[in-house]
Design a protein around this ligand. Structure first.
Ligand SMILES: Cc1cc2nc3c(=O)[nH]c(=O)nc-3n(C[C@H](O)[C@H](O)[C@H](O)COP(=O)(O)O)c2cc1C
Length: 339
């Protein structure tokens, strides 16, 4: 059995990225139910909503799933509060993913709870720090990835460096993976699995806005660009998004409100250049918002249920890799939705 699958208890060595506003309980449960690692995004959710969201996943699947935190966005107090509630509600086989290095006490809380800690990094330096924090799995993010960037190297280059330094670490590649063939490619280069975000944006269970889903499904890699434009609410990190009227070289315009959206259960105005992603409940100038999208979009097609996307991923993986080790026989987990 592959190391990622044995550490996290998955059928397929594929993790769905936590995606703030997009990866809610429906997407997470559907992906986990299909045998991959579904992940619930906690982003800036207040602790009382975290409890509700985690309970909704637990009610929908008994397979392993993850919760995702972004310490640099939530801040140390909210991040710890989110995890403290999540750890009360999560089953023992759940895991926690962190975008970037968490504070030592956050990492300690997770490790002490017995859940696997999965940390996403973009540099060799941060990979070393994540291992010191007790990460059981490292996600190595390359610049092909959609969303905010943690480093400046393409994924396979980072994988090469980290694998050379840490031959025994469990390594997952994020960025550039949307098919089973892509997975086979990164496994051949020394990875233990892959994480995909863009692949799941247009799925039926994703909470992304319909226009954004369509744009991702139709886009090719050259329709994406790395920019620092959408910095309100999440400054300093470059991010890969779909090109739109805001991502050109025009001088910056006033950050007037261009939409309203629902966040943490409340309707809020969205200024131009906001890091907020357009979700189903967003109303306004969707095309001018941050539509995060990775270069893998060239291999992502129209709206389908997440289970169908995972199943097709599994088929292309099995077809491309004769030494595959996935199993559909199931472990101790069964999908409640499939009963
Ligand atoms: C729409 C979108 C939102 C994202 N939001 C998050 C997030 O909330 N937390 C997180 O850890 N990573 C987030 N990411 C980054 C992913 O963890 C991962 O690095 C990326 O999806 C991998 O590249 P891919 O999108 O090309 O598959 C996001 C990515 C996308 C595309």
């Amino acid at each position: 059995m592959s190391r990622l699958r044995s550490v996290l208890g998955l059928e397929l060595p594929l993790l769905q990225a936590g995606m703030g506003g997009i990866a809610g309980p429906e997407l997470c449960a559907a992906v986990s139910g299909a045998g991959a690692g579904g992940t619930l995004a906690l982003y800036k959710e207040p602790p009382e909503r975290v409890r509700e969201l985690v309970r909704a996943v637990v009610a929908s699947t008994s397979r392993p799933f993850g919760v995702n935190v972004i310490p640099e966005v939530a801040g140390p107090v909210l991040c710890r509060a989110q995890l403290s509630v999540a750890l009360e509600e999560l089953p023992g086989h759940a895991f926690v993913t962190s975008f970037g290095l968490p504070d030592a006490w956050v990492a300690h809380d997770v490790v002490r709870s017995g859940r696997a800690l999965v940390i996403q990094v973009g540099t060799l330096h941060d990979a070393a720090a994540a291992l010191r924090l007790g990460a059981g799995v490292l996600v190595l993010q390359g610049t092909e990835a959609g969303g905010h960037h943690l480093g400046e190297l393409p994924a396979e280059r980072l994988l090469y460096d980290v694998r050379a330094r840490y031959p025994d670490a469990v390594l997952v590649v994020a960025g550039g993976v949307a098919t089973g063939r892509d997975l086979v490619r990164v496994l051949a280069r020394g990875a233990d699995g892959a994480m995909a975000g863009t692949l799941f944006v247009p799925t039926v269970e994703s909470a992304a806005h319909p226009h954004y889903k369509e744009r991702v499904a139709e886009a090719t890699a050259d329709d994406t660009v790395v920019t620092t434009r959408f910095d309100i609410g999440w400054p300093r990190r470059p991010h890969r998004v779909l090109r739109n009227p805001v991502t050109g070289n025009d001088p910056r315009r006033p950050a007037t409100f261009i939409a309203t959206t629902l966040a943490g259960g409340r309707r809020l105005p969205v200024p131009r250049y906001s890091a907020a992603v357009p979700v189903a409940a967003t109303v306004g100038r969707i095309e001018e918002m941050a539509m995060y999208c990775g270069r893998s979009c060239s291999r992502v097609t129209g709206q389908r249920p997440a289970a169908v996307v995972v199943e097709q991923f599994r088929r292309t993986y099995e077809a491309a890799d004769p030494s595959r080790e996935t199993t559909t026989e199931g472990g101790p987990w069964t999908s409640r939705s499939n009963r």
